[in-house]
Design a protein around this ligand. Structure first.
Ligand code: ARG
Length: 461
């Protein structure tokens, strides 16, 4: 295939070199954006009288035809056919409309073109990811609402700490993902900047109209500095950073699902359709999707470090190193989209083992903070109360008793100020109800938080 830059060369490119520099096997993903960007560019060239109306129409027609053929799979992008997607499009255009195709590249370079394609691609994907985040939040919200009142142990250090409403737990993830959505919304603004018109690095001598191209392609802003515009991959790095945090969140939820579905916990059962079995142990049902989401977090972190390292200390402006930005970007997008979708479905379909959650709190001392607080309200300092209740725990352990089974006279032997109410406080239900502070786990507060979350989901992205 003819090279876009062939004119200056006397010798053909080395075959291995040709394969080494080719990006078509992966940047073909950008074909739609390359074509749409090219159409807008040519329309602008026509409007600014840089090319004739006739030339504009011919090129636009050719590009539209290619777009249609690609979309209906009539035209296949074969890797050995070109160096990259930009060359491929131009070659195909030439096949269709002849040498006038050469006018497509006036006032443009592949350097501003690739930056444009990537921005167009990422704008669409970030919107998709926000929608998927919203779906996941919806699944969490629905599950929280359906299971209102179910009590489970809350942990610190993975040791029973204080009882919680299961719905409170789920809503913690709702708000985590709300921050991820916010990060995506925020970085979207910085993707939404048109680099086209920067040409190779210095701008162009042609009287182009960048604002027109921006409005044709739906970009809110145009880049301020041509050199920066073709050197910049911050918008991808920001996306990869936000994605790394999002995957970290998913990995924590994935880990909880793995733990909770283990025989030891048995808090939930994942739906069969999101599990697999073992080829040797007939009884096995493994939480594969949750494990893989946890596992795939590694590649998303890796993609961020990959790109940060690739960009480090690169002199301005475009360097061929930057071609390496695409695979980590595409890989992150597909990993994120698949993980979000599967997580949402797993949450939606899982079975909650209410009885097991509630049973596991029995005898776990997770209401001792309540007891200490109770004594504080009777006038003790928190330190005194903490020490005294600690003694009660030792007493229970040594006498093989549950805290909640102590009698009033036993309580009174620890402190005279204990009365009937103290017995009530020891119940997990009361401990949960007592946490009425804003953002706390009492039923009233959780209901309030669910109401708010519903409103959040109604907001337009
Ligand atoms: N295939 C290149 C990339 O993806 C496009 C830009 C190439 N520019 C150049 N002067 N070689 O980064």
């Amino acid at each position: 295939m003819e090279k876009l830059w062939g004119g200056r060369f006397k010798k053909n490119i080395n075959k291995e070199m040709e394969k080494f520099i080719s990006s078509l096997s992966f940047d073909k993903k950008l074909v739609k954006y390359d074509l749409l960007g090219s159409i807008a560019h040519v329309q602008m060239l026509g409007k600014c009288k840089i090319i004739s109306k006739e030339e504009e129409n011919k090129i636009v027609e050719g590009l539209k035809q290619i777009l249609k053929e690609v979309q209906v799979n009539k035209l296949e992008i074969i890797t050995r056919e070109a160096e990259d997607i930009h060359s491929w499009v131009e070659n195909k255009l030439k096949e269709k409309i002849g040498t006038v195709a050469g006018k497509l590249h006036i006032a443009r370079s592949r350097n501003d073109q690739i930056a444009l394609d990537e921005r167009m691609y990422l704008k669409e994907e970030v919107l998709k990811i926000q929608d998927l985040l919203k779906d996941l939040q919806k699944s969490l919200l629905i599950t929280a609402r359906k299971n209102l009142g179910v009590i489970m142990p809350g942990y610190t250090h993975l040791q029973h700490a204080q009882p919680l409403l299961f719905s409170h737990y789920l809503m913690a993830y709702f708000y985590m993902f709300e921050r991820d959505k916010g990060r995506m919304q925020d970085l979207y603004k910085r993707i939404d900047v048109l680099p086209l018109g920067s040409a190779a690095l210095a701008g162009t001598s042609f009287p182009i109209d960048r604002k027109y191209v921006a409005s044709q392609l739906g970009f809110k802003k145009i880049s301020e500095n041509s050199l920066d515009a073709v050197s910049d991959r911050d918008f991808i790095l920001e996306f990869l950073s936000a994605s790394a945090i999002l995957m970290m969140h998913l990995s924590r939820l994935g880990e909880e699902l793995v733990l909770w579905s283990s025989q030891e916990f048995n808090f939930i059962e994942l739906d069969d359709s999101f599990c697999t079995g073992s080829s040797i142990m007939p009884q096995k049902k493994n939480p594969d999707a949750a494990e893989l989401i946890r596992g795939k977090t590694g590649r998303v972190y890796g993609n961020l470090i990959n790109l940060l390292t690739m960009m480090k200390a690169l002199p301005l402006a475009y360097n061929h190193d930057m071609q390496e930005d695409k695979e980590p970007l595409f890989d992150t997008v597909s990993t994120l989209e698949n993980s979000l979708f599967l997580m949402s479905k797993m949450i939606e379909t899982m079975h909650i083992n209410k009885r097991k959650m509630e049973k596991s709190i029995k005898g776990d001392f997770s209401t001792t903070t309540e007891l200490a607080d109770y004594l504080v309200k009777k006038g003790l300092s928190f330190r005194e109360a903490h020490k005294l209740v600690g003694g009660m725990v030792i007493y229970c352990l040594e006498n093989k008793k549950n805290l909640e089974d102590l009698t009033l006279s036993e309580l009174k032997s620890f402190h005279i100020n204990f009365d009937e109410k103290a017995l009530e406080i020891l119940k997990p239900q009361s401990a949960v109800e007592a946490k009425g502070s804003f953002g706390g786990t009492s039923l009233k507060r959780v209901k309030e938080s669910i109401r708010k979350a519903k409103k959040i989901l109604k907001q337009k992205l």
